[in-house]
Write a protein that binds this ligand. Sequence first.
Ligand code: FAD
Length: 322
Amino acid sequence: TMANVLVIAETYEGQLRNATYNSVSFARQIVDIEGGSYSIAVLSDAPAEHASTLATYGGAKVFTVSHESLAHYAADTWSDAVAGLAKSAGASHVVMSSSTQGKDLMPRVASQLDAGMAADIISVHADGGETRYKRPMWAGNIIATVAVDTPVHVVTVRSTDFDEAAAVGASSEVQPFDWSPADSGRTQFSAFNASGGERPDLGEAKIVVSGGRGLKDEENFWSVVTPLADSLGAAIGATRAAVDSGFAPNDLQIGQTGRVVAPDLYFAVAISGAIQHLAGMKNSKCIVAINKDPDAPIFQVADYGLVADAFKTVPELVDKLG
Ligand code: FAD
């Protein structure tokens, strides 16, 4: 049977997130392997505008699920709506990025569909006519090959391993899916408090400036990292040692037990380059390391390495960047 992939679009504060297009790339790969087609679903209180954008991405259909209770993400309502749509559309694969939202939502969808799940996958291939997924385990030290045996596959995709799909111009049919919550719901959205203010989100940023324990304390961390990030329009990240030492909040942690990022440009400032940190940033397109120890392991993955004192060098760099 041919694939009928359903990609769940990702939105944040009313905007489509780029991670949606990484998931579309994955869907195109499934169609290359299995034949068939993919569609994109957008859930919102007002999905029309997003639907017309998404309709240019080559899907057979764009499904809209419109309801006031979908204005903000909530696990109960969203999983009910996505599972309902997946059944009604006869989806073979239900896909989202392995973002915070995808990690929360998709296991619930899998459970409602009685489907097997491949989580946080980095590639897909055919093996003797069967689709197989690869996913990293143990901080990327092991790559597992996963088979899903149920008729429906639920998949979360690591965005950093799939290029953003480009629009193809053609216009998909937009089809509303009639859904309303089964009951008043066990959970209710009350508020979403984003940290980080105007700074780009770590997962979406093209440039990330990260600081490590070598920056000594909280005050020094921010006084070194902030001007560089500001001059580049970058997001700020940190190592676990920097987070554990109280320099930076937990949600900035990059690595095995933090966020996984792959920006165009990654600055590692006073970071040693432990394997658990590399697990979160080694796919970055260009890595710049500033460390005063020439033997620091970060230099093994860096495209540009500067053996220097960060307290002296970073302000000079900021000066040059104007
Ligand atoms: P350090 O290793 O202390 O390195 C500081 C560096 O700064 C040194 O290389 C030093 O030469 C340099 N330096 C000092 N002063 C200066 C200066 N003035 N100018 C320039 N350079 C200077 N770590 C993560 O980051 N993310 C994770 O998700 C993560 N998960 C983990 C999970 C597990 C199960 C375990 C066991 C560990 C995990 N770690 C993680 C921790 C990881 O092993 C390292 O301890 C951590 O990444 C080190 O952080 P660091 O590079 O900031 O500190």
